[in-house]
Design a protein around this ligand. Structure first.
Ligand code: UD1
Ligand code: CA
Length: 451
């Protein structure tokens, strides 16, 4: 039986932010949510987050993912876990996690939990080249852990110890209920240190088993924005490596960012400086050019998105061509073989098979059939200043360049619109419509000369 508590009540002073630290993000996801995600596979019981600073903001973000316990004053990590004592079941193992240590892996936690029984507790430690700031692990001649000493309380000999406390531990709830009330705050920081239970355990003959993370980055904490930036790079590096292993070509794995979830087929190619947000799915043989931003979008097999395109809440069919410099806004749906070219903006636009909007157009609140051709500079005038209106363009319509389609308006199947028209009445099937002032010509026209 496992009870999980995540300490997340601190302010995070060094972030210099209005936002509580645990709501700052890595890969677009709050730190605390990362920890909850790592803990989730370990239990079906509720996970408790101990919150305090800006508790309401934190509550909102974790509301359906974790229960919360309030720690009104932050008097130290020992005091923090004490607040949660009434929630721990009698025979449970309590796993203590930190809301600002986001990259901890589920497997590491499983190994730590396996260390615990009635006569032992599990402590996750790690050797760091630079142990500065961390609690040091003190071992005796037999290499048994006897205590944890905080940086600020450590002697000169203890400061050279490189094995440090990650903070993460797994302890019998009965032991915690016995030890936590005995903590004192008689130390350099006048805080109730959770780490003092190690010495109590040792004195009582409870064995302290240490486990270690597979990678040091699993236990790195975010205390300031430099560490946040460092962890962001580690996180993105890991995602990029996974994509490479999944068979994706990343032209430069160090210039790839995913702030959400990306699912990929075979032979996907992603050029440099792309950002993926929310849920993105790329089918087989999809190619994404440089500098694209793609959010909550599904792209089917064989489609090419050229450089500098932005896609948001869009659905793209097979073998389409998009960009360069295209902007697909929410509600855009492209059927197979559609083409959206440079400087084209679409919004709530359903575009049929093989239809083309190749240059400098705005298509919004519109439905296009199959094999439609929209000439350069065509605008759907969807907004009358108050309401939005629909434009319907049926199969095989040809719209000449520089046309304004004043919605609501329908261009029926096979109709043709002459270039430079302003169309505000619907056009019947196979009809040519144009509004164009007659061309005037003045022979031998003299241009004005400079005075
Ligand atoms: C703690 C450990 C230290 C370890 C380090 C690892 C103690 C006494 N020290 O030090 O041995 O090397 O973590 O990162 O445990 N928190 C609360 N309520 C409180 C105090 C803290 O919720 O009253 C939360 C903080 O929000 C934070 C975490 O507990 O998420 C750690 O607290 P922090 O003050 O940063 O401890 P460290 O000094 O880093
Ligand atoms: Ca810390």
């Amino acid at each position: 039986m496992l009870d999980i508590i995540i300490l997340a009540a601190g302010k995070g002073t060094r972030m210099k932010s209005q936002l509580p630290k645990v709501l700052h993000t890595i890969g677009g996801k709050p730190l605390l949510e990362h920890v909850i995600s790592s803990a989730k596979p370990l239990t079906d019981s509720p996970i408790y987050s101990l919150i305090g600073h800006e508790a309401n903001k934190v509550k909102e973000v974790i509301s359906n993912k974790s229960q919360y316990i309030l720690q009104e004053q932050q008097l130290g990590t020992g005091h923090a876990v004490q607040q949660a004592l009434p929630y721990f079941r009698d025979d449970s193992i309590v796993l203590i996690l930190y809301g600002d240590v986001p990259l901890i892996k589920t497997d590491t936690l499983k190994r730590l939990i396996a260390c615990v029984d009635n006569k032992s507790l599990g402590l996750l430690t790690v050797k760091l080249d630079n142990p500065m700031g961390y609690g040091r692990i003190v071992r005796d001649d037999q290499q048994k852990v006897t205590a944890i000493v905080e940086q600020k309380d450590a002697s000169q000999e203890q400061l050279v110890i490189t094995e440090v406390n990650t903070g993460i531990m797994a302890v019998n709830s009965a032991h915690l209920k016995q030890w936590l009330p005995l903590l004192s705050n008689d130390n350099a920081q006048s805080e109730y240190y959770l780490t003092d239970i190690i010495e109590m355990a040792q004195k009582q003959g409870v064995e302290i088993s240490t486990e270690h993370p597979e990678y040091n980055w699993e236990v790195l904490g975010v205390n300031d924005r430099r560490q946040q930036a460092e962890l962001e790079r580690i996180y993105q590096h890991n995602l990029a490596q996974q994509l490479l292993l999944d068979g994706v070509t990343l032209l430069d794995p160090s210039r790839f960012d995913c702030r959400g979830q990306i699912t990929t087929g075979n032979d996907v190619v992603i050029d440099v400086n792309c950002i993926f947000k929310g849920k993105v799915t790329l089918g087989n043989n999809v190619t994404i050019g440089a500098n694209c931003v793609i959010e909550n979008t599904t792209i089917a097999s064989g489609t090419t998105v050229k450089d500098n395109s932005i896609l948001e809440d869009a659905q793209v069919g097979e073998c389409c061509t998009i960009g360069p410099f295209a902007r697909l806004r929410p509600g855009t749906q492209l059927s197979d073989n559609a083409k959206i070219g440079n400087f084209v903006e679409t919004k709530k636009a359903i575009i049929g098979e093989g239809s083309k909007v190749n240059h400098l157009s705005y298509v919004g609140d519109a439905t296009l059939g199959n094999q439609v051709n929209i000439g350069a500079g065509t605008i759907t005038c969807n907004y009358d200043g108050v309401n939005k209106h629909q434009t319907t363009i049926e199969d095989e319509v040809f719209v000449g360049s520089n046309t304004a389609l004043v919605a609501p308006v329908t261009l029926s199947k096979g109709s043709t619109i002459g270039a430079g028209s302003t169309i505000n009445k619907s056009v019947e099937e196979h009809t040519l419509s144009l509004t164009r002032s007659p061309q005037k010509s003045h022979k031998n026209w003299q241009r004005p000369v400079k005075k």
